[in-house]
Design a protein around this ligand. Sequence first.
Ligand SMILES: Cc1cc2nc3c(=O)[nH]c(=O)nc-3n(C[C@H](O)[C@H](O)[C@H](O)COP(=O)(O)OP(=O)(O)OC[C@H]3O[C@@H](n4cnc5c(N)ncnc54)[C@H](O)[C@@H]3O)c2cc1C
Length: 321
Amino acid sequence: MARLRSEVTVSLPPDLIRALHDTGAHVEVDAPLAKRVWWRVGGPADALVEVQELGQLCAVRALAHAADAPVFVLGNGSNLLVADAGIRGIVVRLEGALTHSVDEGPRAPGEPAGVLRCGAGLKNNVLLGRAAKHRWAGLDPLAGIPGTIGGAVRMNAGSAMGEIKDILIDVELVLPDGRLVRLGLDELGMRYRHCDLPPNAIVATARLRYGAVPWEESEARVRAFLDKRKATQPLDQPSCGSTFRNPPGDAAGRLIEAAGLKGARIGGAEVSTKHANFLLNTGDATAADIRALIHHVMARVEAHAGVRLVPEVEIAGDWGA
Ligand SMILES: Cc1cc2nc3c(=O)[nH]c(=O)nc-3n(C[C@H](O)[C@H](O)[C@H](O)COP(=O)(O)OP(=O)(O)OC[C@H]3O[C@@H](n4cnc5c(N)ncnc54)[C@H](O)[C@@H]3O)c2cc1C
């Protein structure tokens, strides 16, 4: 067992750390995560493993499985509350070739729409930048969502502009034993902020459709949508966007505001006064502050409106007992 900078004893055996290094992946032991997540809180990963290509990802996953080490996939950390004590086990990030996109062209000769094969570590905004250059229209559901393609599939991310399921064709998944499988959209059970991935599967690549609408139309829609977001959402402070799912037929933000919670604070965490479904780190929040504020909001909304809000953000890591 290695003694680390934080004096925490890492539960990962040195043999495993060596074997992870030997795959060619970049391995950082006791790796800080706060700078890698949007809320800017949370403790370290026992080991952060940055994989550069698909074969390496399969190898890392298989090694972890054989050693019984837990694996957590970190996308862009934009929907994640990491515990102050961090995440035990291996945190995997997809880099290198797993952030590439390849234009596979039309699915059939003469078809106006084309297919993009994207690495799951690719950030949505980077893909949208490439789309602007190549006039790949219709990727609108990804606009304004600061995550990766893998995170978007896992959450079925979306907005008023649609959801990723509207443009998704299929995904390649790495299963816990390192095997690679391809699943089509109809096998993923995607619905509002939900995707039925097999347990502990890692999305490695996703194929998306583009070009079903004219480029100018798509671009104008996205621009108007982003302008509206800027005016209505507190995008200049750390948050994870909408903290809670919208209950059927209602909006979480409306319920939180109606319960008088705009501006409510616990420690450095605050309910935004601009958009009540955004919980902000005002500068010195801890993960515990944010989690306590999440629970406070849930209790107050339930008492006020009889609605039990469900967090949309994922609460991850070592929260103790
Ligand atoms: C300012 C702001 C605005 C936002 N607006 C929206 C919005 O309009 N609509 C919306 O849906 N969301 C929104 N979000 C939330 C967030 O951006 C999305 O949920 C996004 O899809 C999360 O992707 P990520 O890569 O950051 O995932 P992370 O936050 O890193 O992880 C989220 C979950 O996905 C899993 N995951 C990540 N990558 C993979 C992978 N390759 N394979 C398997 N599992 C994986 C993680 O393990 C975790 O369980 C917003 C967030 C912010 C900060």
